[in-house]
Design a protein around this ligand. Sequence first.
Ligand code: NDP
Ligand code: A1CAB
Length: 274
Amino acid sequence: MQSEMKIGFVGGGNMANALIGGLAGKLTAAKNIHVIDPNEEALQKLAQAFGVTTALQAGEALRACDVIVLAVKPQQMKDVVQNLKPFIAAQLILSIAAGIRAVDLSRWLGGHGAIVRTMPNTPALIGKGITGMVALPGVSAAQRDAADAILRAVGATVWLDDESLIDPVTAMSGSGPAYVFYFIEAMQKAGAEMGLTAEQANQLAIATFTGAAELAARSTEPVSLLRERVTSKGGTTHAALTSMEASGVSDAIVKALKAAAARGKELGEEFGRD
Ligand SMILES: NC(=O)C1=CN([C@@H]2O[C@H](COP(=O)(O)OP(=O)(O)OC[C@H]3O[C@@H](n4cnc5c(N)ncnc54)[C@H](OP(=O)(O)O)[C@@H]3O)[C@@H](O)[C@H]2O)C=CC1
Ligand SMILES: O=C(O)[C@@H]1CCC=N1
């Protein structure tokens, strides 16, 4: 059932598009969604695609919202939030920015307590996102439910008790789609180098990813067992995995995710000061 929730978006870029696509006409009517962005062209596209209302600057429509989603880059957040201050009263503030801590958002908003910090991902575009979420103590149960409903409109949600875990979530699922695309691209390259057409390599790589991921999702057994079942003794998979281990692929992945989490923490320190 559709709610009457009024949702404001500050920033109308990639992630806002993904979220609005799941919300407009579903969780709430498109007319209840209001987007602020300085880019006229981006606003026109959003209005045409989803029927949302738009404005180049914050105004009364934003003041009337129940929830305001902060969807600008971490580097822009402090300036953007400080300019929003005159329009914020009791609204729930929901941030999707990497790194930026809820306590810094609260301070920039003069001690506003109703803040939920989240980390979604781009499969939200097709309703298959997953979002890590954490609430400041000043968030009411109804506001927590509203935040959960917004992100559940585009996929699954995982609530965290400790805000510092948002950086590992960012490293896993926030940035994660890029690692999957990277692996698919490498498989496509290998397929093409071994003589398959680009189309065949594309089809084989993507179907293998979606099929294996679906199998893992449906299985009650550990992923390691699924891997072992593919790996016949003395066979082709064994040859590939031995090569990957020799190249340190698993260790490199662990190191890469830790670098992403560290960058998330660093963004918070770099753009959350004063
Ligand atoms: N992309 C992803 O996969 C994910 C991103 N995130 C987070 O989401 C946030 C947005 O990322 P993404 O959508 O990729 O970035 P985009 O750059 O696509 O979107 C940000 C938008 O905000 C606009 N903007 C700039 N200044 C203002 C302002 N003063 N008021 C309103 N809007 C403004 C930008 O306009 P202009 O381009 O003209 O500057 C741009 O359209 C980031 O904080 C990121 O960390 C979280 C999860 C996943
Ligand atoms: O790369 C980034 O910083 C953003 C956050 C997670 C995905 N994209």
